[in-house]
Design a protein around this ligand. Structure first.
Ligand code: IMP
Length: 428
């Protein structure tokens, strides 16, 4: 398949990093097209564990050119730190060679991070539980046409002028909440200094991508977050600020979404969520705590404990349908061993009403109770299993059951964090 796209099917943290790293083995390009360093993609290579937030997960493969598309928001200070971190682990990323950054990608500036924190404080009990990385305020500036872009860094005069203009509004807000204003000229000088090593990466990455696709190169589009966090399609307002799925891919990468030959969704064998917002299958009991412990469910970006629950097939079917999924890769199956029974939500109940489709846009999703199918559990640890056929019967039927509910083939399951801990599912 020349062009594939990998998307999270739940509330993020589905294990996309590992899948993308695997698929990148045969890819020429890996393209990030949405989000910023709110994402956290983990890749384990032997005894080395890397977490990338802004860098595409193709950086661990020598054959890959990594593109950060126009739909991504970039915190330059963070990007520099991330480059240094992977380099310490022996991974060489060179801006201009195997890393190219869209001139149209917006910048996350220090005031965005401060406003993110302040807004959360002002929301009080209604807070979203953001990652605090300044993502929402940066996208807000993009939409209100007040943002600065990566290309502005190439022209110090433009940079200074735009920063001075942006600072008028930002400082008025900061002073209004008794915060120290920002000196735009000092910020400009700092940005010029900090981003010097990145400038060789500035490009029209959309053109690079379209040219690669026209040549028949293998291009892998790397989604961030998950479809239930999509600004239009997710559990608004408890979502991130972008279109994280196929609807965001066009503008976010600078290509037609029709160029994508295969849409791969990644879902965990259970559900997790970080931050606030509706989560119908959340478990507040010992089972939830055991899933958290077995799955090491603590945020890659913020370290926060993740909320855990059973697989929500209503939400998963919705995510597959809105994405036009060709395949579903199921991760973390190993976490579910040792449970007496395993549950899958097939519908919701609200009062006397049974709801079988995701109630998109419903103002009271938090009141929907899951209606479960209860499946037998399995005792054996499966992380060392070599073939899908060798899995316990209960694990195999669980996978087949999901496949039949969502009506999307599951060709691959992941049974551990390592690159090769995957099983190819044989068609029966
Ligand atoms: P923001 O993207 O930082 O504005 O956060 C908005 C919501 O999305 C919060 O609930 C975050 O916890 C969640 N979120 C953002 N990025 C990720 C991610 O990569 N994984 C899981 N949750 C995320």
């Amino acid at each position: 398949m020349p062009a594939r796209c990998v998307l999270g099917a739940q509330w993020g943290d589905e294990g996309k990093g590992k899948i993308i790293d695997r698929l990148a083995e045969g890819a020429d390009y890996v393209v990030r097209f949405s989000g910023g360093n709110n994402a956290g993609h983990t890749v384990v290579i032997g005894d080395r564990k890397f977490a990338v937030h802004l860098l595409p997960s193709g950086v661990f493969r020598d054959n890959v050119t990594n593109l950060i598309g126009p739909g991504v928001v970039i915190d330059p200070w963070h990007l520099i730190r991330e480059l240094e971190n992977v380099e310490k682990g022996g991974i060489r990323v060179e801006p201009g060679r195997n890393l190219r950054i869209s001139r149209s990608a917006h910048l996350i500036l220090p005031w965005h991070r401060r406003i993110d924190a302040l807004m959360e404080e002002l929301r009080g009990p209604g807070k979203i539980g953001t990652t605090g990385r300044g993502i929402g305020p940066a996208y807000q500036d993009r939409a209100s046409r007040a943002g600065l872009r990566f290309g502005d860094l190439e022209d110090p005069e433009i940079l200074r002028t735009r920063l001075r203009a942006a600072a008028i509004e930002k400082n008025r807000f900061l002073e209004g909440v008794q915060q120290t204003p920002v000196d735009p000229d000092a910020l400009a000088e700092e940005l010029i200094e900090v981003t010097r090593p990145l400038l060789a990466a500035a490009e029209d990455t959309g053109l690079v991508c379209r040219t690669a696709l026209a040549r028949g190169d293998q291009v892998l589009f790397e989604g961030a977050q998950g479809l239930m966090l999509d600004v239009d399609l997710g559990t608004y307002p408890y979502v991130t600020s972008t279109s994280v799925g196929m609807s965001g891919l066009g503008g976010g990468a600078g290509v037609s979404p029709r160029a994508v030959d295969e849409v791969i969704l990644v879902a965990k064998a259970y559900s997790t969520r970080v931050g606030e917002g509706p989560f119908p299958t959340e478990l507040h009991d010992e089972i939830g705590a055991r899933i958290r412990e077995r799955g090491r469910e603590f945020g890659t970006t913020t370290g926060r404990p993740r909320r855990c629950g059973w697989l929500d097939a209503v939400a998963l079917r919705y995510a597959c349908a809105i994405s036009g999924a060709d395949a579903l890769y199921l991760t973390m199956l190993d976490v579910l061993s040792t449970f007496d029974e395993i549950r899958i939500a097939l519908a919701y109940r609200r009062g006397d009403e049974i709801v079988r489709e995701w109630p998109a846009g419903h103002p009271r999703i938090a009141e929907f109770e899951p209606v479960y199918d209860v499946l037998p559990g399995f005792d054996e640890e499966i992380a060392e299993c070599g073939r899908f056929e060798d899995l316990p019967e209960a694990a195999k039927s669980f996978v087949r059951k999901i496949e039949s509910i969502v009506d999307v083939p599951i060709p691959l399951v992941s049974i551990g964090p390592e690159r090769d801990q995957v099983l190819h599912v044989q068609r029966v």
